[in-house]
Design a protein around this ligand. Sequence first.
Ligand code: E4P
Length: 218
Amino acid sequence: MKIFLDTADVGEIHRASDAGLIDGITTNPSLISKIAGNRDPKEIYLEICEIVDGPVSLEVVAIERARMVEEGRKLAGIHENAVVKVPLTEDGLKACRDLVSTGIRVNVTLCFSASQALFAAKAGASYISPFVGRIDDISGEGMQLIHQIRQIYDGYGYATEILAASIRHPLHVVESMTLGADCCTIPPKVLWQLVEHPLTDRGLEAFLADWDKSGAEL
Ligand code: E4P
């Protein structure tokens, strides 16, 4: 199970990467806009790609096929770790095929149904991003979608990796793992929630207090 960090915040990426916790990064136009200010987003993308030794998803902002392909080529040219993210629309699927045919890896994003996931796989996507949290937000069952896609991809032999996205809490990650998602992209806050446990903190505190009382030295 690969763990990606869902952020464009370089500080957060350094922290998670230094701890050896992440296999890649996903960004989106909202995340990069929050960080970029007056900086050229491409500079930040390059910085991110140089920190992490793994796939870094960079999203196009065009909505028409030819423009998406043009932007996708530019993004892919930033670094060998770049994976181009395109939305799951008719033009997005066409752009996916175009980019894949030139050897560029594509992450098809904003997936909300099993049928959409099927077409992304047929278009040659390396990754499909089902947004489980946003489905839960409207009283759907995001995890059900992960399960359906897993069955379809396994049943028909598609190699596209399932990248569980829009993760809201640790349970989403654990459930994605048990349902067979290949990767999960996680906001920094949830990543640290996965690592930490109050019983670990309490246990450590007690061990150290006992050790101090003993007066022993190592
Ligand atoms: C995935 O690649 C997206 O960046 C992300 O998971 C969207 O999550 P959100 O629903 O929290 O915005």
